[in-house]
Design a protein around this ligand. Structure first.
Ligand SMILES: Cc1ncc(COP(=O)(O)O)c(C=O)c1O
Length: 349
């Protein structure tokens, strides 16, 4: 059997390992036969527990394979063919899903004014208050990413203001919560509080970036959106036949608040990394880490030298900004070793 190398890095929270309790849960689910496609009592129980953990026992939970699928399925569910989704300029939906919203969901994205990864209230207001006639797509959904792709956060007040504005104009609110757990941990709020502040109608709730092997959930809070979801999930190619193994991972994530421990740890490691490299001559931290990402600019030679040893992405090839992502399994030792390597690399650049 081929073995995987022991290289550590900061490329993505997807690069991290699977939490051992998640693997244990998969193994524990690996007994006997169960109906496929989520039609087994165990999956139903875990769906119920996730809804309860989000403070909405009546919400409907649909496990899916990945975050892009969760987002696109959400758009397909919430929008009619003449409606559009308002997103930020940095939204994963816009920048990293190969046009799947357009190609798969047939949904046009409207890019709102964006600051630090967040849509602005004025920017959204300009879009929803614009007179709308039959020649223009009609905004039908506001999609917010929390935590954002730039590692920033919407405050609870910002979420409230945005969702009130959206709802007042008849839009639904979707949250891309690939890092929803990191956001709750960083804001120090319970999941239900975050859900309520954002007035969420549909949530893409992340698991993969928080210690799962694979699995996300679309959580539908607005029950009028539920009919058709089962069919749409299948049609969007997001229905797992061996669903119990996705459910098992969420079972582990929900047990003893593993989701919170994992997310808090990842966030704490990002802060540690930020502290360790801030003030190092030649390194400019460009965004204070609100969740589990650190962004910085450093000389190209230093970056290239570092990348020989550690994986991470160049985020902006014009400015040379890089992204260092921490995860549930990032250790203090990883940070200290990397920070020392950063110091050496910039000193030699
Ligand atoms: C904010 C955000 N949403 C959605 C996704 C999509 O996840 P996946 O790669 O599982 O499709 C990502 C992945 O990087 C992400 O960062």
């Amino acid at each position: 059997m081929t073995t995987v190398g022991a290289r550590r890095g900061f490329a993505s929270d997807n690069a991290a390992t699977v939490h051992p309790r998640v693997l244990d849960a998969i193994a524990a689910a690996n007994a006997g036969h169960a109906f496929g496609y989520g039609h087994d009592p165990y999956t139903h129980e875990v769906e119920r527990r996730l809804a309860a953990a989000l403070g909405a026992p009546d919400a409907s939970v649909f496990f899916v394979f990945n975050g892009s699928g969760a987002n696109v399925l959400s758009l397909r569910t919430a929008l009619r063919p003449w409606e559009a989704a308002i997103v930020s300029a940095n939204a994963h939906l816009h920048t990293d899903e190969v046009g799947a919203p357009e190609a798969v969901a047939g949904v046009k994205l409207l890019i709102a004014e964006t600051e630090d990864g967040r849509v602005t209230l004025d920017g959204v207001r300009r879009m929803v208050e614009r007179p709308n006639d039959e020649h223009a797509v009609k905004p039908g959904l506001l999609s917010l990413t929390q935590a954002t792709e730039l590692g920033t956060l919407y405050s609870l007040d910002e979420l409230r203001a945005l969702s009130e504005l959206a709802h007042a104009h008849g839009l639904r609110v979707h949250v891309d919560g690939a890092r929803f757990a990191n956001a709750a941990a960083a804001l120090g709020v319970a999941l239900p509080e975050l859900v309520a502040a954002a007035g969420i109608d549909l949530l893409s709730f992340g698991g993969t970036k928080n210690g799962l092997m694979l699995g996300e959930a679309v959580v539908v809070f607005d029950e009028s959106l539920v009919p058709g979801m089962l069919h749409l999930r299948k049609q969007t190619l997001q229905l797992s036949s061996k669903m119990r193994y996705i459910a098992a991972q969420f079972d582990a994530l929900l047990s003893d608040d593993l989701w919170l421990a994992n997310a808090s740890h990842a966030n704490a490691m990002a802060l540690r990394l930020c502290d360790a490299v801030s003030g190092v001559p030649g390194v400019m931290v460009t965004r204070a880490p609100a969740a589990n990402a650190v962004f910085a600019i450093l000389p190209r030679a230093a970056r290239e030298r570092l990348q020989q040893e550690f994986d991470f992405y160049e985020w902006d090839d014009v400015t040379g900004e890089v992204r260092w992502m921490c995860s549930w399994d990032t250790t203090e030792g990883d940070i200290d070793e990397f920070a020392a390597a950063v110091r050496t690399a910039v000193a030699g650049a």
